[in-house]
Design a protein around this ligand. Structure first.
Ligand SMILES: [Zn+2]
Length: 320
């Protein structure tokens, strides 16, 4: 698509979204009261086109889920287009589709519920993207894992905030996260994931994957054009952590994690400012849910306000 057409269609999409939200508000003064059940989301478990982005949730839990009982959530991790991982642990191993050996992994940070070198090697990973501040740790822990497993050490690609890299037609931008680890100099990162570019290099699909982070930091919002202060066309999808669920805003994890309410407020602001254009039938996904602070999937399916939707392990979403 040439730039004029793209800009035109973006404006049309924006206008449609604005009209849609006005319409929605007119018909439903209490926008937040709208409930949609799981079957209303038409982007789930469908066949992707070649230029669409498939995201399979391998895990949707925060640390703290122990035995695989009913309603169990594995450590948060996603698989993109069957080729690229974001984070990966032993707990999510059984959620990799049969015969899929992703060679590339992007890490968010070094917490054990996201970062397990030996499991990445066993899954087939040969290239590791991570923030430059955890390169020394990654090099030593992967060397140990390599020695234990007999699998050679992978290639490391350290990233800085704002840096963009492209793999398998998907562009990743490292965005700052609000999340501390034991090493207070570690820079945890979340990602803007883009696919299907026009001649100007503007992507049709622009999804932010935000876990672990307490809210979206100002710098991240600007790098992803989610902030109205900066020029740009915003995003078309949001996957954000809800460690604290709904009605747990006062939890002590507030400095490092988000609640469902915070995701809702973030989504509302983005929608109201036209910086999140949700394709029809596509919600905002919650992931990284703590066992003690989130109800069952069934209850969330019933009670979460639009546009929120709790992801679950094994869910496949097609962003288009
Ligand atoms: Zn963490």
């Amino acid at each position: 698509m040439d730039r004029r057409k793209f800009v035109k269609s973006s404006i049309a999409a924006l206008a449609a979204a604005e009209l849609g939200s006005i319409d929605l508000l007119a018909k439903n003064p209490k926008k937040k009261e709208i409930r949609l059940s799981g079957s209303d989301w038409s982007c789930e478990h469908i066949t992707p086109g070649p230029s669409d982005l498939k995201m399979r949730f391998l895990g949707t839990g925060a640390a703290g889920w122990k035995s695989p009982t009913s309603g169990h959530r594995r450590n948060s991790s996603v698989l993109l287009d069957d080729k690229i991982l974001i984070d990966f642990t032993l707990s999510a191993q059984d959620m990799l589709p049969e015969g899929i050996r992703p060679k590339i992994i992007f890490y968010t940070h070094s917490h054990r519920d996201h970062f397990q070198p030996i499991e990445a090697l066993k899954a087939g990973v040969r290239k590791v993207y991570l923030n430059e501040t955890i390169l020394p740790l990654a090099e030593s822990t992967f060397a140990q894992a390599s020695w234990e497993s007999g699998i050679p050490v992978p290639e490391f690609v350290p990233m800085k905030y704002g840096q963009k890299v492209t793999e398998e037609g998907i562009r990743f931008t490292a965005l700052p996260a609000n999340h501390a680890t034991g090493d207070l100099n570690e820079n945890a990162q979340i990602y803007l994931i883009e696919k299907d570019f026009n001649d100007e290099g503007i992507a049709r699909i622009r999804v932010v994957y935000a876990t672990d982070t307490g809210g979206i930091m100002g710098r991240a919002s600007r790098m992803a054009c989610m902030d109205r202060h900066v020029a740009g066309i915003g995003i078309t999808g949001l996957v954000m952590e809800s460690t604290m669920g709904m009605d747990h805003d006062e939890d002590f994890r507030i400095f490092n994690h988000s609640s469902a309410k915070l995701v809702q407020r973030t989504a509302d602001v983005l929608l109201d400012t036209g910086r999140l254009i949700l394709p029809e039938g596509q919600p905002v996904y919650l992931t990284h849910m703590a066992k003690s602070l989130n109800p069952s999937q069934e209850e969330m399916d019933r009670t979460l306000p639009w546009p929120l939707r709790a992801a679950y392990d094994g869910l496949e979403v097609v962003f288009r």
